[in-house]
Design a protein. Structure first.
Length: 157
C-alpha cells in the first residue's frame, strides 16, 4: 500500500479542512475497522499524546463513532456518508461566503472605485487577443491601446 499522504482521499480530506492527524486517523479506521486509540496511533502514525484529541475532533465532525466498552474503540463512519456531509457543509460555507461578498463587499467595491480601469501588463499573444476582444466588446466610445516593445538597453541587464 502506498503512503497515506499520497492517497487522493488524504489530500481531499486535508483540502476540506482536516488536520494531518485527523485525515490519517480517519483513513486508518477505514482501512482497519474498529480500533483502540493506541492502535490508531500506531497505524496512522499519530502521536499517542494526540490521538484521543484527534479522535474526539473526528467524532464531533461526525466522521468517527466511539463504541462502548473497555477499552474504548472507535469506528469510521462510512466514507459515502462523510462525503455527503462534507459536501453539504462546504456548500453551506460557499453560500455564506457568496452572500457576504455580494452583500457587504460589492457595494464597497463599487463605491470605492474598484471598477476603475488601470493599465494592464499582458505577456502573451493569446492574453493580448483575449484582453482586446473583451475591451472592444465593452467599450462605449473608444478604446485606447498602448503597445510597448522591450528596450534593448533593459534587456542587457
Amino acid at each position: 500500500m502506498e503512503r497515506v499522504e499520497e492517497l487522493r482521499s488524504y489530500r481531499a480530506l486535508r483540502a476540506c479542512g482536516l488536520s494531518r492527524y485527523e485525515a490519517k486517523a480517519y483513513i486508518s479506521l477505514c482501512l482497519q475497522g474498529p480500533s483502540t486509540a493506541r492502535r490508531v496511533a500506531e497505524e496512522a502514525n499519530v502521536p499517542y499524546t494526540k490521538v484521543y484529541d484527534t479522535l474526539s475532533k473526528l467524532e464531533r465532525k461526525g466522521m468517527v463513532e466511539a463504541l462502548e466498552g473497555r477499552p474504548l474503540r472507535y469506528r469510521a463512519v462510512p466514507p459515502s456518508q462523510v462525503a455527503e456531509s462534507l459536501r453539504s457543509q462546504l456548500s453551506r460555507m460557499a453560500a455564506q461566503a457568496e452572500e457576504a461578498l455580494v452583500e457587504e463587499l460589492q457595494p464597497l467595491y463599487a463605491s470605492g472605485g474598484g471598477g476603475e480601469e488601470f493599465p494592464r501588463l499582458i505577456r502573451s499573444w493569446s492574453d493580448a487577443e483575449a484582453a482586446l476582444r473583451s475591451a472592444a466588446s465593452t467599450a462605449k466610445r473608444e478604446l485606447m491601446v498602448y503597445v510597448g516593445w522591450p528596450d534593448a538597453s533593459y534587456m542587457a541587464l
